[in-house]
Structures are given as C-alpha cells and as structure tokens.
Design a protein around this ligand. Structure first.
Ligand code: UD1
Ligand code: CA
Length: 456
C-alpha cells in the first residue's frame, strides 16, 4: 500500500507573537514540524508532502534535509484549500494521511491505526473527547451513533456546541475519493474558508463509512497556538522521555528536572542522573555512570564507570571508562579522554586527547594538545596554542610532570618522563627524563626596609 502523507503547516501562528513561523518553534530542541515528520517518516511506502505558507522560505531552508515534497499555499484559505494544493501528489490508490505541523506529540501507533482503518469503504477519523470542546469542530452523530458530519464551532448550533467529541483534524482517506471531494468544497460558511471537514458529509452521502478512533492520551493531539501551550507540551514530552529512561534502568533524582533534547543511542545500566541535567544531540552512556547536578552533555560518548560531578559542560567529547570529571569542568569539541583520566574543577579541554591515568585537576587550559598516559598537569597550566593568527599543538609525552602555573608555548613537545618546574614558560622542546625550568632565580636582600609613610 502506498501512503501519501500531507502535513499542513502554512498557518501563521499569530498568537506565538514571533517572527519565526509557528512550526519552527521547538520542543526538546527540535522544530514542531520535525516532530510530526520524524514520526510519520517511520511508515513504510510513504510519500510526504508538506504544505507551507507563512515563512515558507525559512521553513524549507532550515528543514532542507527532509525527504518531502514542499507545496506552497500562498493564501491561507482553510484546511481544505491547503490539502487542495497537494492534490497533484495524490495517487488514486494511495491512502492519504492528513497531519498538522503544529501537533508534535502524535504517536506512530495512532497513525498506523488510522492508515489500517482507511479504505475505499471507510474514512478513518481521529477524534477525542474534551471537557472543554470550545474552539474545535464537533463530531455530529446520528441516533445510531454513526458520524454524519463535522461542524465547526462558529457554524454550530447551541445543541451542537454541547458535543464533547471533537475533530483532531487528523484523518486517513482513500486517494481517489479525497480528490473527488476536494473538487466539491465550497466556502459558504461562517469563516468563508474551505473546510477540509466538509468531506465527512460528502463521504456519508457517498456511502463511505466514517470509522473513528482515539489516541491513547489526549496530549497526542494537542496543538501549539501560543508559548504557554508550547511549554506545556515540552513538559509532557520530557516526562514521557524520563519515564522511558527510568523503565530502562536509569535513576533520575527528579524526573521533572531532566531534559533530553536529542536521542540516546546507547544506554547502560545503573546510571544515576542528578537534578537539572540536560542531554543534547546524540548521546551514548555506559554502565554505572553518575552525572552530577546541572551538567549539560551534548553529542558525547560517556564510558562505563564514569563520574561527572556537578556543573560540567561537555560537548563533542569522548570520556573513557573510569574517568572522573568536574565539578565545574568544560570539555569542548574534539576532546578524547582515555581510561581513568581525572579532569578537575575549572579545567577547560579543547581539541585534545588525554591518555589513560593522566590528571589535570585544577584551573588549567589544555587546547590543541596530545597528552600521553600517566601525565600530571599541575594547577594553572596553560597551553598557549594561539598566536593571534594560527593555532599550534602541544605534545606532552607519557609520564611527564608539569609543575603548577606553567605556560607551554606551542608548538612544543615535553619529552617522556620530563619534569617541568613550577612557574615556567616553556618555549622550546624539553628533553625526556630531565627537569626543565625557566624560572627567575629567587633572591633575598638582607637589611631591606619597607617604605614608611612620612608624617605631614
Ligand atoms: C481545524 C478543524 C477543526 C479541528 C481543529 C483541530 C477545519 C475546518 N477545522 O480547526 O475541526 O477541531 O482543526 O485543531 O479543518 N492550515 C494551513 N492552511 C490553511 C489553514 C490551516 O496550512 O489555510 C494548517 C494550520 O497551519 C494548522 C492546521 O492547518 O497546522 C489547522 O489549522 P487551524 O487554523 O489551527 O485549525 P482550525 O481551522 O481552527
Ligand atoms: Ca488550531
């Protein structure tokens, strides 16, 4: 079966009060439209058309990687008019699935059900019962409980407004029938719009059954119209993710204070995550890992038995097994740490590899560097990697000991098992096994007197 998904995303989203088209606002770091797209992309034999209007250029540019047909709706004349713009893509035997670009939490299982329910004999409609149905199209049923039509709020009688069952806007329908009904749509209604919902009455008239189904939870079909709803759906989404992680054996100190803005490609067991941790992008976490409060980890691989203490920022990094990071450490892109490395407080590492058992424990900057194993870098060490124009590398070989407050002016190599005296400025390669220091000799002046203030 060929599926033809049409995602409606041309609306302005006036109530967002934003320059950004509504569907580009994000939940969990990902545009609303991409949530709908990523979900429906999982259906096999699915051709996706997206109807864009407001901010079309920006949407198409930012989401250029979508495998979809972009269709423009120049004027927003209604949901029926929006679908008409994509009619050219619809094959007679396609099952057409209509989605909204501003409804981000819809589940694959729900749309699979709709697709399965749609045929030449039946149109599949997703509905939901709401305590407060105001604003939505109401599902009008006859005495036998069969759906007759959908009536929009503004066209509804007082009695129809009492109906709690509403149209979610999401449906699946046989291609040839949809194309025929689309041609018959008019705009003679309270809003002067071409309502897609009018196809329900046409289907009934043509003897096509309306088969309704409901989502597992009503949050699946909630749309975003303002920033309050955006924040509410963000929390729903995050709670769902927290739940999934806990089910997989992760301990979260507080599931309400955890955010995942991306995907975890590999997840070990006995992971403990303290409050206010943000995981972003592609993350892999090994077994027995502890992540301290307020840490932010993006696009990184965290090995087994790693302990990340509070307030660390880690991006595009690999942290080897048994390493201990922080508190207050920053691992910048292209940091690769071997096994049992210690990175302490106020240490910044960038584009550097640090081999096993090495320690950089306090107040240091290590950038564009290759650090061997069993190296000890003392407090306040700085790799001077930049002359204002070019970047140069620092190499520190196995077993070296760098005294505190050393500046390593790159390009420079510290030999194997070399020792650098504290307070040195190293500008030339230092030999293996020797002590090198560049410190001014200490001297004391006997009989020296401190100046004293003169009486006026
Ligand atoms: C529509 C339904 C209503 C349903 C409600 C659910 C119609 C006539 N009404 O209401 O029964 O209860 O959704 O939220 O279908 N869009 C376009 N082009 C347009 C108009 C809309 O792309 O010309 C897109 C919007 O960007 C949005 C979606 O279609 O993603 C729904 O539009 P919206 O105006 O929110 O829906 P309503 O017409 O209020
Ligand atoms: Ca709406």
């Amino acid at each position: 079966m060929q599926i033809n998904t049409i995602i409606l995303a041309a609306g302005k989203g006036t109530r967002m009060r934003s320059d950004l088209p509504k569907v580009m606002h994000k939940i969990a770091g990902k545009p609303l439209l991409q949530h709908a797209y990523d979900m429906v992309k999982q259906l096999p034999n699915n051709r996706i058309s997206i109807v864009v209007g407001h901010g079309a250029e920006l949407v198409k540019r930012d989401l250029h990687f979508f495998d979809a047909i972009w269709v423009e709706q120049l004027q927003q004349l209604g949901t029926g008019h929006a679908v008409q713009q994509a009619a050219g893509q619809i094959g007679d035997d396609d099952t057409v699935l209509i989605l909204y670009g501003d409804v981000p939490l819809l589940k694959l299982a729900t749309v699979q059900q709709l697709v399965a329910d749609a045929s030449q004999q039946s149109l599949a409609l997703l509905t939901v019962n709401l305590d407060d149905p105001s604003g939505y199209g109401r599902i009008v049923r006859d005495a036998n409980g069969l759906v007759r039509k959908i009536v929009e709020q503004k066209d509804a009688t007082a009695a129809e407004k009492e109906i709690a069952e509403v149209n979610t806007g999401i449906l699946a329908v046989y291609g040839a029938q949809l194309k025929q009904w689309l041609m018959q749509l008019g705009n003679n209604n309270a809003q002067g719009e071409y309502y897609l919902t009018d196809i329900i009455e046409m289907a009934v008239a043509d003897g096509v059954a309306i088969k309704t189904s409901q989502p597992a939870t009503s949050s699946e079909v909630l749309g975003v119209n303002n920033r309050i709803q955006l924040s509410q759906l963000e929390r729903v989404y995050q709670q769902e993710q927290a739940q999934l992680l806990m089910e997989q054996g992760v301990s979260l100190a507080d599931p309400n204070r955890f955010d995942l803005r991306g995907t975890i490609s590999q997840l070990g067991q006995d992971i403990e995550i303290d409050i206010n941790v943000i995981l972003e992008g592609q993350i892999s976490i090994g077994n027995n890992v502890k992540i301290g409060a307020n840490s932010q980890i993006k696009n990184s691989v965290i090995g087994d038995h790693v302990e990340i203490l509070a307030n660390c920022v880690i991006e595009d990094a690999v942290v080897g097994q048994g390493s201990r990071i922080g508190p207050f450490a920053r691992l910048r892109p292209e940091t690769v740490l071997g096994h049992h490395v210690h990175i302490g407080n106020f240490v910044e590492i960038k584009k550097a590899s640090v081999a096993e058992n090495s320690k950089i424990n306090h107040l240091s900057y290590v950038g564009d560097a290759t650090i061997g194993s069993n190296v000890n870098i003392g407090a306040g060490t700085i790799t001077c990697n930049y002359d204002g124009v070019n970047k140069f590398r620092t190499v520190i070989e196995d077993g070296a000991f760098i005294g505190s407050d050393t500046q390593l002016v790159a390009p420079v190599t510290v030999g194997k098992n070399a020792t650098i005296g504290a307070g040195s400025t190293i500008t030339k390669d230092t030999p293996a096994d020797q002590l090198t220091l560049s410190r001014v000799k200490q001297l004391s002046i006997a009989g020296w007197q401190r100046p004293v203030k003169k009486e006026k």
